[in-house]
Design a binder for this molecule. Sequence first.
Ligand code: GDP
Length: 466
Amino acid sequence: MSSSSTICAISTAQGGAIGIVRVSGPQAIQLTDSLFKGCRRLVDAEPYSVLFGRIIHDGEVIDEVLATIFRAPHSYTGEDSVELSCHGSSYILQRILSLLISQGCTMAQPGEFTQRAFLNGKMDLSQAEAVADLIASSNAATHRVAMNQMRGGITHRLAEMRQQLLTLTSLLELELDFSEEDVEFADRQQLQDLSRSTLDEIEKLRSSFSSGNAIKNGIHVAIIGAPNVGKSTLLNQLLQDDKAIVSDIQGTTRDLIEDTITLGGYLFRFIDTAGIRHTSDVIERLGIERSIQAAEKAHIIILLSEEGVSSPTVPIRPDQFAIHVLNKADRLTSGTENTSPHASASESTLSLVSTLDYPTSHLSLSALTGQGLDTLRQSLIDHAHLLCGELNEDTVLITNQRHLEALELASSSMRRALDGILHSLPGDLIAEDLRLVLSHLSTILGSEITTDEVLGNIFKNFCIGK
Ligand code: GDP
């Protein structure tokens, strides 16, 4: 992929009233100008000016357009660029694209505009990746995390760590220089403190992946319970859709059924599972095994029961949340919806599940009538807050597997460096580990040499035109 070529692509999705064709590269303004007829020529236009004109081919007017002019380096890609806003007809957009290509433009690869922005130093790799996340964001939480990252959240955090690491390296050199002069002890302490705080920072960022991942890919909620307690009915109510088959024949749901909805600005991924019971049916047993696996992976487990039916025992880890839900409240003799943590009706049916040590809540509802559903939704949102922490303008969360892997490598090199300091290993060995930490962290930003393979993997997931 040569950045000396001039590329073009349709940057808007099909079906809108307006469509945008984007052109970028050294010849962007000249090539577009050769098709454009307005009261001024594009080549004479000021940067950031918008010119009205027509795209004409062989005397035929293809469309009336607005051309926005950007001049290097003050554009998204850092190159000369033009954005042609035209009518959103896919015929018009394709005609303009073909004309640009006939004039010498090359069709852009997925993400090539952003890749050029990265190669031209307009953004680092973590910011480029955030562009794709921002385009894909579908709720407030994913939007906020992607926006923070695109605006340099990770960049700034890593810059601070880099500064700490450089101070550490220079202290190490200082200590080497003065090792003959009995100043070692004070410097060693400082080295230890600084290494520990750098390791803490790396670890903090690394551990933010569990919240970051939950925000990006959805908070997993497994609905677990005995057959016929109303798991599928509850899923359908939550999704407002007839996704799962509801039946009073036991063992109907044999495979996992999942779907997502946004609640309170968070993406939730609900998984309806096979009812857990003893069965000789091989297929049903497989389904039950999958239910148990889904529960293991879930952030939140809804343990659904009904009066007189015991819940199966499901192990709940300390990092998981359990919501005990007594279903079919419409049938309860008292008929009252109960959100108390000590709901008397639920106690008997939930006795098999250990609830003492874990964050849990109890409520009762009717999946059939929808009574009490709002309380469950609110409870899910409250748990999401707890899981994801406060999301504000400065929240930096790791959401990307590539970043996580780099942080894991940085963390183990940093641990080795700290260990070296604690065991008074030679300074040059420790310095080598610190260099590795720096190098792993810089792969996140792409500030060291980044291979075509890495770039290819990142940008192939982009849409064309971005
Ligand atoms: P699953 O096997 O746990 O998925 O249970 P289903 O969702 O298939 O429901 C089993 C039966 O219970 C069906 O006949 C549902 O209509 C019924 N059911 C589910 N929720 C409620 C409820 O809140 N109230 C009443 N009265 N019946 C319900």
